[in-house]
Design a protein around this ligand. Structure first.
Ligand code: HBI
Ligand code: FE
Length: 292
């Protein structure tokens, strides 16, 4: 049985991720007592499955933080418990929401060190894939790195940049959405002992956790802010390109400067296809783009 009621759908908006539903805004108290045994079981199965494959694939900071904040497979965590650990580590808080928020609401939460988490979890028949961010994706995928001081600062700076970008129009917002996609959702990081995952869209997916590191198909390219902001992305397949950072410090350094001159420079410049490899790229791996 799924968690009820389902979020209230307000409208659909067109983005380069396709048509995306926007839900009722506002934060909600996590209705923890209303989770069914089946809901807890979905959490348990997903948690166990990911933690089995993530050592040696997810970055050390992610795995360490997950343990430090007390996430376990036993049951769906209480937001209030996680908030105690988060607050002490970096001052971030999670707030319950119905689902996707309008961009400005989302950015405003991040700018104030609040991360919106869907309160409901997917059904058992959606274990492998769900289009909308549910509690497992948000909590398991996004929340652990909020314990990391550098990543915590990056996400706040991103939110502040997003609030400002609203004054620059749809092109700037699309470029910022690409930055989010290729870092927070699908980013890879270079550790001394090899490439690792930090993106929430990857660590919450078994298939992509393996594909992004082990498949010859996708490109793996050194992170460059302007390159990323010009690159379209796919929402219907594994990524064609992963961008690799050297440290979370690199991300915060790239994101702190005012983006206004950047938007001016990028205006009217051609976009890059999701699978493009360019002469100026720092190529770690040029993908075959063949199914494997
Ligand atoms: N809302 N709850 C929620 N979670 C997201 O990840 C999210 C969102 N609204 C907008 C949004 N992401 C995207 O526009 C990002 O590109 C910023
Ligand atoms: Fe996400």
């Amino acid at each position: 049985m799924s968690a009820q009621p389902q979020p209230r759908r307000l409208e659909n908006v067109q983005t380069d991720r396709g048509s995306v539903p926007v839900y009722a805004t506002g934060t909600v108290e996590q209705p923890w007592d209303s989770y069914s045994a089946a809901d807890h079981d979905v959490w348990r199965r997903l948690y166990a499955r990911q933690r089995e494959i993530l050592p040696g694939r997810a970055c050390d900071a992610f795995l360490r933080a997950q343990d430090a904040m007390g996430m376990t497979p036993d049951r769906i965590p209480k937001f209030s418990d996680l908030n105690a650990a988060l607050g002490a580590a970096t001052g971030w808080q999670i707030v319950g929401v119905e689902g996707l928020l309008p961009e400005l609401d989302f950015f405003t939460h991040l700018a104030n060190r609040r991360f919106p988490v869907s309160w409901w979890i997917r059904r058992a028949d959606q274990i492998d894939y769900i289009e909308e961010p549910d509690l497992f994706h948000d909590l398991f995928g996004h929340v652990p790195l909020l314990m990391d001081p550098m990543f915590a600062d990056y996400l706040e700076a991103y939110g502040k940049g997003g609030v400002k970008a609203h004054g620059f129009g749809p092109e700037a917002l699309m470029q910022l959405a690409r930055l989010y996609w290729y870092t927070v959702e699908f980013g890879l990081i270079r550790q001394p002992d090899g490439l690792r995952i930090y993106g929430a869209g990857i660590v919450s997916s078994k298939g992509e956790s393996i594909h992004c590191l082990e498949s010859a198909a996708p490109n793996r390219i050194g992170f460059d802010l302007e390159r990323v902001m010009r690159t379209r992305y796919r929402i219907d397949t594994y990524q064609k390109t992963y961008f690799v950072i050297d440290s979370f410090e690199q991300l915060i350094e790239a994101t702190l400067p005012d983006f206004a001159p950047l938007y001016a420079r990028l205006a009217g410049q051609p976009e890059h296809a999701p699978e493009a490899v360019l002469p100026a790229d720092r190529v770690l791996h040029a993908g075959t783009q063949q199914a494997d």
